[in-house]
Ligand binder design. Structure first.
Ligand code: NAI
Ligand code: MG
Length: 487
């Protein structure tokens, strides 16, 4: 595959491409070989101020966007879906090139994304309040109204998916947005901004400012005219964002912050299914997925057999250039993440976990790490406690469901959980008591745009997707009208 052409590298404000006020740019890389792909405009506070001002103008009550019929918003979002489909192959290649995502995976994500867009678009004209019986002759009803200008701060691990989830939900609700893509992967967000303009989104409704967290990101979270931040990324930055909201204007905050998700394999599970599911739950996208099943609890009766099969499976995964059609496992996003993951692998070995597959960097160029399997992992080890965000499967042993529920919940995270079993009692007990925003049974990592997604505990605040995801961009207003004849 020849390198996809990079069409956009500037800041997008009011449907125009502009340089950073400072004139600065930063390099963006290809994690396959570390080469520089392009220089991208580096937005900072001055650029965020301009973008927020544009979004504020576009949110004025007399603006084209605010006067647009909700059914028309639905058409515009759907048109964006059509354009995504038209450019799907180009966008998949650009995502793979800038992020290291395996091309087939990027294609699959984009196809799912189009369904997602259709669903969210269908909600745009179904935002409705209630009429409420109150005090006899007080006619009372609720309006659900867009919150205002929203700051959307994206992670690097799913640039297109994250852009689409957040932007489309905000647009369906009638908000205007300033997007800050991750510094590692700005290119697809810029390409999507161009598609939104082509779809008919009026100027100022969607603005995209590439840049770094402490500059552009922090300016957005402290901005007095930003009414809400939706963020996906680390717990550390999630906490900073809540602090910024508190220190500025109490802007609303939705946070999705990763996890240390438990996947439990009971002794009655079908191993021919459980082994490949468990592997994909941690090795997909090189482990760079917030819901990765990074604590794999296997029942003691089947432990040895499971571990043997898990190791065999990991060794079959084909590592290579993510743009090649047969590759299953590409590079980590950058050198920093690669080094961090290799550090966790060293800790795993030092703290006594048994390394049975992988464990090393592949070659000397690019950011490749072998799919790695550790057995005999115990709850107190660093690799069982901290989010690694890499291709490291940690297999722990347990004896009873009661025990494993307590151990699964013994973490500050609570994003996802899974169980493989054929016993309905196990399913009911586990799904009721595990502390997680999503629980999968005899499957893992399956999504639908209709289902709310988010975390318990430090895995986040609020939900994305489903009707809840659009509600997160709405304020409820109560209107009470005196109907009394005795005025
Ligand atoms: P990060 O949380 O620093 O970056 C995510 C986004 O936040 C980027 O757009 C970044 O520019 C922005 N950001 C950084 N500092 C900011 C600040 N002070 N104010 C506003 N925005 C700011 O995540 P990073 O450093 O890329 O990865 C660190 C760890 O976070 C990973 O090892 C992984 O454990 C976790 N992570 C979780 C993700 C998820 O899907 N929940 C996605 C990416 C990372
Ligand atoms: Mg960071």
């Amino acid at each position: 595959m020849s390198a996809p052409k990079v069409k956009y590298t500037k800041i997008f404000i009011d449907n125009n491409w502009v340089d950073a006020r400072s004139g600065k740019t930063f390099d963006t890389y290809n994690p396959h070989d570390g080469s520089v792909i392009a220089k991208v405009a580096e937005g900072d506070k001055a650029d965020i101020d301009l973008a927020v001002a544009a979004a504020k103008r576009a949110f004025h009550r007399n603006s084209e966007w605010r006067l647009m019929d909700a059914a028309e918003r639905c058409k515009v979002i759907n048109k964006f879906g059509d354009l995504l489909l038209r450019d799907a192959e180009y966008l998949a290649q650009l995502e793979s090139y800038n992020n290291g995502m395996v091309l087939n995976f990027a294609r699959h994500f984009i196809a799912m994304n189009v369904d997602h867009i259709r669903y969210i678009a269908s909600l745009a004209d179904k935002i409705q309040g209630d009429t409420i019986p109150a005090r006899g002759d007080l006619f009372t009803y609720t309006l659900k109204q867009p919150i205002g200008v929203c700051g959307l701060i994206l992670p690097w691990n799913g640039p297109i998916v994250m852009f689409t989830w957040k932007v489309c939900a905000a647009l369906a609700a009638g908000c205007t947005v300033v997007v800050k893509p991750a510094e590692q992967t700005p290119l697809t967000a810029l390409a999507l901004a161009a598609l939104l303009a082509e779809a008919g989104v009026p100027p100022g409704v969607v603005n995209v400012v590439p840049g770094f967290g402490p500059g552009a990101g922090s300016s957005l979270t402290h901005h007095p005219d930003v009414a809400k931040i939706s963020f996906t990324g680390s717990v550390e930055v999630g906490k900073l964002i809540q602090q910024a909201a508190g220190a500025s204007n109490l802007k609303r905050v939705t946070l999705e912050l990763g996890g240390k998700s438990p996947l439990v394999i009971m002794d009655d599970a079908d191993l021919n299914k459980a082994v490949p599911y468990a592997a994909q739950a941690i090795f997909s996208h090189q482990g760079q997925i917030c819901i990765a099943a990074s604590r794999l609890f296997v029942h003691s009766k089947i432990y040895d057999e499971f571990v043997k099969k898990a190791v065999e499976y990991a060794k079959t995964i084909k590592i290579g250039n993510p743009c090649e059609p047969t590759t299953q496992h590409g590079p980590q996003v950058d050198t920093e993440m690669m080094t961090k993951i290799l550090g966790y692998i060293e800790k795993g070995k030092k703290e006594g976990a048994k390394l049975l597959a992988g464990g090393k960097r592949v070659g000397n160029t690019g950011c490749y790490i072998e799919p790695t399997v550790f057995a005999d992992v115990t709850d107190d080890m660093t690799i069982a406690k901290e989010e690694i965000f890499g291709p490291v499967q940690s297999i722990l042993k347990f004896d009873t469901l009661e025990e494993v529920i307590d151990r699964a919940n013994n973490t500050n995270y609570g994003l996802a959980a899974g169980i493989f079993t054929n016993n309905v009692e196990n399913v009911l007990q586990f799904s009721k008591h595990v502390e997680a925003g999503t629980v999968w049974v005899n499957t893992y990592m399956e999504f639908g745009p209709q289902a709310p997604f988010g975390g318990f505990k430090e895995s986040g605040i609020g939900r994305e997707n489903g009707i809840n995801g659009v509600e997160a961009y709405l304020e409820v207003k109560t209107v009470a009208i005196n109907m009394s004849k005795k005025l």
